[in-house]
Write a protein that binds this ligand. Structure first.
Ligand SMILES: Cc1cc2nc3c(=O)[nH]c(=O)nc-3n(C[C@H](O)[C@H](O)[C@H](O)COP(=O)(O)O)c2cc1C
Length: 335
């Protein structure tokens, strides 16, 4: 099953498990914002409802398992564990870039998770480079391959720039995204850890995308992941590159009206609550779920339950009963 793309993907997983791949100085930026504590919430724990609806699908909490992997035997297990846990908890999930499966049909089954999660909100995934290169039929096949609800297109210029033999041509990406938007399924565009600015968000909205995942700085740094892969000293200058997630979310929520997903360094239920209060419809999380997913679906579930408890606790302490009320709560900038 191994080819160059799948070999690289296995290496990425190993690096993400073994090396310090997160931003060192730059944070996700949510510590700069604070809720106002409500000492009189007049609520019981069981009154708090964390459920929400995103693109017509019910989620038990506003969280998405972000795109990570697929392509090898090892990654099949990871996807199955993530999907089963997402299904049992009742949240959505993205799978990793399907380029590997489009280049090598033997890898297709490693991305397929409907056997364990028939009803989850499931996202297909291709990179900007493939969107420019592939025919409409090939792009459609990514969605059909896994019976997805929507296609995610990731923008990863910085990562490719520091990847040995990485992609260098970034023209016509917006036109490719625009064409993909007419193929009959919703398209979500995301970064992979450098964030989306107000201007880029506006151009994406105009091109017809259904939602934007800001995937900002402060969590996994793909420039660092590539550094551990090829030791390029140039990449060291760019370790802290990118728009912090909270700042990216603030910029995008002022500039567009399509739904936003806040990912990049989301680590706690409080981060999710702050994302929602600052205009996101969902938050997303990748790295913290990777190690549990190499163990078992129960381990992923346990991590997700811990996150949900943190979200519920935050909601109680600001005195909101549900996600609609959380969206309206005041959050103030403290630094
Ligand atoms: C092991 C791993 C593999 C990833 N692979 C992909 C991918 O194939 N496609 C994609 O859009 N994003 C990919 N990402 C990026 C994540 O979806 C997410 O945008 C980013 O890691 C920020 O979230 P985090 O800080 O919670 O990890 C990957 C992340 C990790 C940790």
């Amino acid at each position: 099953m191994e080819n160059k793309t799948t070999e690289r993907k296995s290496e990425h997983i190993r690096i993400c498990l073994d090396k310090p791949v997160e931003f060192e100085k730059k944070t996700n930026g949510f510590e700069k914002y604070d809720f106002v504590h409500n000492a009189l919430p007049e609520l019981e724990w069981n009154d708090i409802d964390t459920s929400t609806v995103f693109m017509g699908k019910k989620f038990s909490m506003p969280l998405l398992v972000e795109a990570m992997t697929g392509g090898t035997h090892e990654t099949r297990k990871i996807n199955q564990n993530l999907a089963r846990a997402a299904g049992e908890i009742g949240i959505g999930m993205g799978i990793g870039s399907q380029r590997a499966a489009i280049e090598n049909p033997e890898a297709v089954s490693t991305f397929q998770v409907r056997n364990v999660a028939p009803d989850i909100f499931l996202l297909a995934n291709l990179g900007a480079a493939q969107i420019v290169e592939y025919s409409p039929d090939k792009i459609k096949s990514a969605v059909e391959m896994i019976n997805a609800d929507a296609l995610v297109i990731h923008l990863n210029t910085a990562q490719e720039l520091f990847q040995k033999g990485g992609h260098r041509k970034w023209k016509n990406v917006l036109a490719g995204i625009n064409s993909a938007c007419s193929l009959g399924f919703p398209v979500i565009v995301k970064e992979v850890g450098c964030g989306i600015s107000a201007d880029v968000a506006r151009r994406l909205e105009e091109s017809g995308v259904s939602a934007i995942d800001v995937a900002g700085a402060g969590g996994t740094s793909w420039i660092k992941v590539e550094y551990y892969n090829n030791s390029s000293t140039l990449s060291k200058q760019f370790f802290e590159w990118g728009i912090p997630t909270a700042e990216s979310l603030e910029q995008c929520s002022k500039s567009v009206s399509i739904p936003l997903i806040a990912s990049g360094g989301i680590r706690t239920g409080m981060d999710i609550a702050k994302s929602i209060a600052m205009g996101a419809s969902l938050a997303g999380m990748a790295l913290p779920l990777l190690r549990p997913a190499t163990e078992s679906y129960e381990a992923v579930k346990e991590k997700l339950e811990e996150i949900r408890t943190g979200l519920k606790a935050t909601m109680l302490l600001v005195g909101v009963r549900n996600i609609e009320e959380l969206k309206k709560i005041k959050i103030k900038r403290v630094s």
